[in-house]
Write a protein that binds this ligand. Structure first.
Ligand code: ZN
Ligand code: FE
Length: 266
């Protein structure tokens, strides 16, 4: 509640009067799409399927579809939603050939504009080479690159790519809300604790997410501050993690690769 008041206050300071409403839409078995609404505009981020998005719109019209990356479980709803509402599809210009129905290609240089809200585009390769994240009004939509207490598998990128991508997230303000593409948090928390049992912030957060899931509640949004304190993939300099994997003096990319390797078989 206090965080919300803070956001309201800051928005006033920055001279914006528009409100941004974010709705979490569970899709498939563990995906999250997000509906963003502001002053007659409605954008969905990463729709794997159309039906849950149509339901969340409650008769309203969809104006935009934003994709973080091309995978079907994030873009499978593009064409049906585009056809139903005439919505415009937004995705990485660099990955134009793989984003179904793309109309508007975006890049970090140009960014994008959603009504009154300036949208920052971060290039975050690693999970896929064209992966991007959208920063809108103190929230970041990370797709499958950054998860709550985890990160995506390296399908198309190197550990070095992902280290740079993680650094872009870590550079955002601590109170930035983190909305990711999947509910993988319970397993991620167990894995994180296996590497860093002495991390008190992690223990507290792990208990919190167990309670949330027991009540069938989503563990999003997290915050950048929380992720920096608990997410092993943002904590490759942690002495405890480095000791746990026997790489006290390893290069960043090598440490990251070893943590990712262990997560893949966890
Ligand atoms: Zn996915
Ligand atoms: Fe993916």
């Amino acid at each position: 509640m206090q965080g919300r008041l803070l956001l309201e206050w800051r928005r006033r300071l920055e001279g914006s009067v528009a409100d941004l409403h974010i709705t979490i839409i569970p899709c498939l078995s563990d995906n999250y799409a997000y509906l963003l609404r502001s002053e007659g505009l409605a954008a969905v981020i990463d729709p794997p399927e159309a039906a849950p998005i149509v339901a969340a719109l409650e008769g309203g019209r969809l104006t935009h579809i934003l994709n973080t990356h091309h995978h079907w479980d994030h873009s499978g709803g593009n064409r049906e939603l585009k056809e139903a509402y005439g919505a415009q599809v937004v995705g990485a210009e660099k990955d134009r050939s793989r984003i179904p129905g793309i109309d508007i290609g975006v890049s970090p240089e140009q960014g994008w504009q959603f009504g009154e809200f300036k949208v920052e585009v971060l290039e975050v390769p690693g999970h896929t080479r064209g992966a991007i994240a959208y920063v809108i009004d103190h929230a970041v939509f990370t797709g499958d690159t950054l998860f709550v207490m985890g990160c995506g598998k390296l399908f198309e990128g190197t550990p070095g790519d992902m280290v740079s991508s993680m650094a872009k997230f870590a550079a955002l303000p601590d109170d930035t809300a983190v909305y990711c593409g999947h509910e993988y948090t319970l397993t991620n928390a167990r894995f994180a604790q296996s590497l860093e049992p002495g991390n008190a912030a992690l223990a507290a957060r792990a208990a919190e997410v167990v309670a949330l899931r027991a009540a069938f509640k989503p563990t999003v949004p997290s915050t950048i501050g929380l992720e920096k304190a608990t997410n092993p993939f943002l904590r490759i300099h942690s002495a405890e993690i480095r000791a746990a994997i026997g790489m006290a003096h390893g290069e960043d990319a090598a440490v990251f690769a070893e943590i990712r390797r262990r997560k893949d078989i966890f």
